[in-house]
Design a protein around this ligand. Structure first.
Ligand SMILES: Nc1ncnc2c1ncn2[C@@H]1O[C@H](COP(=O)(O)OP(=O)(O)OP(=O)(O)O)[C@@H](O)[C@H]1O
Ligand SMILES: [Mg+2]
Length: 342
């Protein structure tokens, strides 16, 4: 995290011959609708060269749509998007030469081996044969796929496919990479490998835009985070800035009996109370340490309400949405007393 802050600071400073660090990605007023459904409703953001931007948002927020427009797979209705100064609509050919894309769903040839998939894409990019061979070797090693490299992809596990898919998008060493939920469905080890690779890429100057539904992931990887919901940006900033808005650690209480839930809500009547009826949980921002815990438990006990469990937890993506929008990603999952902020 320390490195990231330093880098962010550095990227904002004047570099070289007093030239400000450039934006590798610039998005202005992007709008996209499918019939009546407005999927993107005026999105603006920029990503400085050599940094990571995480586009964070729930299902259907518009993350993949944004990535598809930026990677020239989809035309916007209006607005503008530039990759290293090139317009994704008017100069789409040139843009395609400088980007790599790993989609939300792996795009590999099932019947080819790992090596053959990499070679095929290398040839499509018209790279020199020798370069393709060397880059393939490097990528297989980096992604821990050497042993599986001569097997058809149809024999690969989900995590191996995901890693090969990312390797394929890196064969031409593009300066800008889009990763659409790169770690969804990966086991913890593969997820860490993926994180390490992403960090290596960025430290060598690559600009990355990744989408995720995971606050933790955005926290680990991103210099800046843009939170979108319903096609609009609802928050933007560094992970620390967002966390400050979300609030600190939360004390979460699970009520034993569903029939006691409404009463429990009245008893734990604090500002910033979040609750989830289905899970029978109530949570409040931690402030009074042990004193607050004792107080809440004794209030519930006085009201004759049995508590099943108590825990402390960090803010989750749900808390971000609860705090920022006043409702959960899927409203039926929970509710909040918080008024919408910002
Ligand atoms: N081709 C299409 N036709 C009609 N609606 C579409 C189409 N593609 C996407 N949508 C709608 O646009 C909205 C945004 O979709 P998008 O795939 O960008 O969301 P997302 O943030 O990537 O979600 P997820 O986390 O589920 O991947 C959704 O409501 C989706 O149903
Ligand atoms: Mg998506």
């Amino acid at each position: 995290m320390g490195n990231r802050e330093n880098r962010d600071e550095a990227s904002n400073m004047l570099v070289g011959e007093n030239v400000p660090a450039k934006n590798a990605i610039e998005v202005k007023g992007l709008v996209k609708s499918y019939k009546q459904l407005k999927v993107l409703d005026g999105i603006d953001f920029a990503v400085k060269q050599g940094t990571v931007l995480a586009l964070l948002g729930p299902n259907g927020a518009g993350k993949t749509t944004t990535v598809h427009i930026l990677s020239t797979l989809l035309l916007p209705d209006s607005g503008k998007a530039l990759i290293n100064g090139l317009d994704v609509v008017k100069e789409d050919d040139k843009v395609r030469g400088m980007i790599g894309l790993t989609g939300q769903y792996a795009a590999l040839d099932e019947y080819l081996t790992g090596i053959e998939n990499l070679h095929m894409i290398g040839r499509l990019y018209r790279l020199r044969h020798q370069d393709v061979k060397q880059r393939t070797r490097e990528l297989l090693e980096l992604f821990d796929l050497v042993e599986a490299s001569n097997r058809a992809v149809k024999t690969y596990s989900g995590g191996m496919r995901r890693r090969l898919d990312l390797a394929v998008s890196l064969i031409a060493s593009p300066p800008v990479i889009f990763l659409d939920e790169p770690t969804t469905g990966l086991d913890p080890r593969s997820r860490l490998i993926m994180w390490k690779i992403i960090k290596q890429l960025v430290s060598s100057g690559t600009t990355i835009l990744l989408t995720t539904q995971d606050m933790d992931e955005a926290d680990h990887l991103a210099d800046r985070i843009v939170v979108i919901n319903g096609g609009k940006i609802i928050a933007e900033g560094t992970s620390d800035e967002l966390k400050q808005r979300i609030g600190s650690e939360r004390l979460e209480i699970t009520v034993a009996e569903a029939s006691d839930f409404d009463e429990a809500k009245k008893v734990v009547d604090e500002d910033g109370l979040h609750f989830d009826v289905k899970r029978r949980t109530l949570s409040v921002v931690t402030k009074g340490g042990v004193h607050q815990l004792k107080q809440v438990l004794s209030d519930l006990d006085d009201a004759g309400i049995e508590v099943e469990s108590v825990s402390y937890r960090s803010p989750t993506l749900d808390d971000v949405f609860l705090t920022l929008t006043g409702h959960t990603t899927e409203q039926s999952n929970g509710e909040t007393k918080d008024p919408p902020k910002g």
